[in-house]
Design a protein. Structure first.
Lengths: 402, 169
């Protein structure tokens, strides 16, 4: 896919219709917008969920040491470095209350590979999986390739997009095999409360469903919301696959290290697919991840404080612009309603990029019906965020029709 | 990734035998595999995918220049898309037949070439490979790559870039 049309000079943006033409699905739309932003030197990216903060110094030092002494040149086992798997199992026990050994851990090429492998191994053609709506559309292709069918389960702005057990229950059919939980949620920043999570666990047990719990944003939960791992609840460990990674917590997206925990037999199935596809995770990245998980953890508080301040900057500005949102409970996105502007989200994102040089993803990248919504990330320094917000105001003042 | 993306539901032509590293991807893709002898009668085809390893599985040697020319003519006449797995080809630089298959006349526009750094000293564990070809084929494979792992670690890519720039291969 390329979005650079013949008529567009370098640095010149394509037309709205050209953008629509290449954006066949949510993932393609996001990548098309990112490619356009790459052509704009002073573009401010509030799109993708890549932390702008540096990885912790001890992580960098560990990777450098692995390079210097040659460990980074030794091909890692397909399941992951034994020390890293052990450290992950201990972390899951200590922080998440998930019992298990390193046998139940698989190290993956980012969280993305974990979810891809799980869908391929878990879903047979015709199986249904319940997915919260709006959805993280990177799951779409993984589910589709397995022959699975995504059944969208509504979440509501008025409830800050918390996924509810009763909404899940209403969507269950005889073909339902699994429930996908993403808490904190991408794109909505909704967090499932412990009480609701317990109800979902009871539902999963009663209806004999597998739960895939994507907890990649677990370190970014804003009080009074709190994170709870569903696999720690009674009867859930044996029916839950928990996805996580170091990308978001430790600002290590570019190192591409995710992990998942599940029953050891299922891990072996996943390893078989992994061996035939992407192979093991780069050794240097695994040594970096090992340092992240076993080294000083105070950096997490520092990161969280930074994200918390940025979040407030964004919320205050969105209020001033007259935009509404589901109050973000976790992660670093704000799912924002722009219907008060009279502009559709797709058109507004195009104008923001073309005229304001601000990259934001429209809600239609996360579900067809979210035509009035934007997903805004705040992974930029505060000063840059303020500049982006000023540009947004200029564009909105110019084009607002309502 | 490339095989899984391009072989989906296709008739896939493979010389002599399917390599173990291609087997699972072709199975996942639901490909209909047809084996053929590149020196014998070539299958009659109207579309599909030719998967061409860098080395002839029956001899362990590079295909002869004449064989590659013959396969290129056949691929063009039969409107085949080609996946040329040339991970090992860099080791054959300067040898007869060490040219990429995509360099054959008419093949650049229908060939996705696979390369990598697994054989580069010290770089196997950094897990970097690449594919290159016409934009439409690259886009098809890239979409699957994004769905599978999004991207290759940045540190690994800089290491591979260093290897290319310093020509350590």
């Amino acid at each position: 896919m390329t979005v650079q049309s013949n008529s567009a000079l370098p640095g010149e943006i394509v037309s709205l219709d050209e953008l629509r033409a290449v954006a066949q699905d949510g993932t393609q739309l996001r990548y098309a917008l990112m490619e356009l932003a790459d052509q704009i030197p002073d573009a401010i990216a509030l799109g993708r969920g890549d932390p702008d903060l540096d990885a912790p110094p001890h992580v960098i030092a560990a990777a450098q040491a692995a390079v210097r002494d040659g460990r980074a040149d030794q091909l890692a086992p397909i399941l992951g470095l034994p020390d890293l798997r052990e450290a992950i199992a201990e972390k899951l026990q200590r922080e998440n209350g998930i019992s298990g050994s390193a046998d139940g851990v698989l190290v993956t090429n980012g969280g993305q590979e974990g979810l891809y492998l799980v869908m391929q191994a878990l879903l047979d053609p015709g199986d249904e999986i319940l997915v919260p709506d709006p959805r993280y559309s990177s799951y779409d292709q993984a589910i589709a390739q397995a022959g699975g069918r995504m059944v969208l389960v509504p979440t509501e702005p008025a409830e800050n997009f918390e996924l509810r057990a009763d909404a899940l229950e209403a969507a269950i059919t005889p073909a339902t095999k699994a429930i996908l939980l993403i808490s904190p949620n991408n794109p909505t920043a909704g967090v499932i409360s412990p009480a609701n999570l317990r109800a979902i666990a009871e539902l999963a047990v009663a209806r004999d469903l597998i739960v895939i719990s994507d907890e990649i944003y677990e370190k970014h939960v804003y009080p009074p919301s709190q994170h709870l791992s569903i696999a720690s609840l009674p009867g859930m460990a044996e029916r839950t696959i928990t996805l996580n990674g170091v990308s978001k917590a430790y600002a290590m997206t570019g190192w591409r290290v995710g992990y998942l925990t599940a029953h050891p037999e299922f891990i072996r199935v996943l390893a078989g697919i992994k061996a035939a596809t992407a192979g093991p995770v780069a050794a240097v990245s695994q040594y970096a991840a090992l340092a992240a998980l076993t080294g000083p953890q105070d950096v997490l508080e520092e990161y969280f404080a930074i994200y918390s301040r940025r979040r407030q900057v964004m919320l205050d500005a969105l209020d001033a612009l007259g935009l509404t949102y589901g109050a973000p409970q976790g992660g670093y996105f704000i799912y924002t309603n722009v219907s008060s502007t009279g502009l559709g989200a797709f058109e507004l994102c195009y104008l923001l990029l073309k005229e304001g040089h601000v990259l934001i993803f429209p809600g239609t990248a996360f579900g067809e019906k979210w035509i009035d919504w934007l997903r805004i990330s705040y992974l930029q320094p505060e000063e840059t965020l303020r500049e982006a917000l000023a540009r947004m105001k200029t564009v909105l003042d110019r084009h607002r029709t309502a | 990734v490339a095989l899984r993306a391009l072989a989906a539901g296709q008739t896939v032509y493979v010389p002599h035998t399917v390599l173990p590293e291609h087997q699972t991807a072709l199975e996942f893709a639901g490909a209909h595999v047809t084996l053929f002898d590149p020196l014998g009668d070539l299958p009659v085809s109207n579309g599909g995918l030719l998967v061409l390893p860098a080395l002839d599985p029956s001899t362990g040697q590079r295909f002869s220049v004449e064989t590659l020319q013959r396969l290129a003519l056949w691929a063009a006449e039969s409107d085949l898309t080609v996946v040329a797995d040339e991970i090992d080809l860099l080791l054959l630089r300067g040898e007869a037949g060490g040219q990429p298959f995509a360099a054959q006349p008419g093949m650049a526009e229908r060939t996705l070439t696979l390369g990598g750094f697994a054989e580069t000293p010290g770089l196997a564990a950094w897990k970097v490979a690449w594919f290159a070809g016409p934009p439409a084929l690259v886009a098809q494979a890239r979409t699957l790559k994004q769905a599978m792992t999004i991207c290759t670690p940045a540190a690994s890519q800089y290491a591979a870039l260093g290897a290319l720039e310093e020509d350590v291969i």
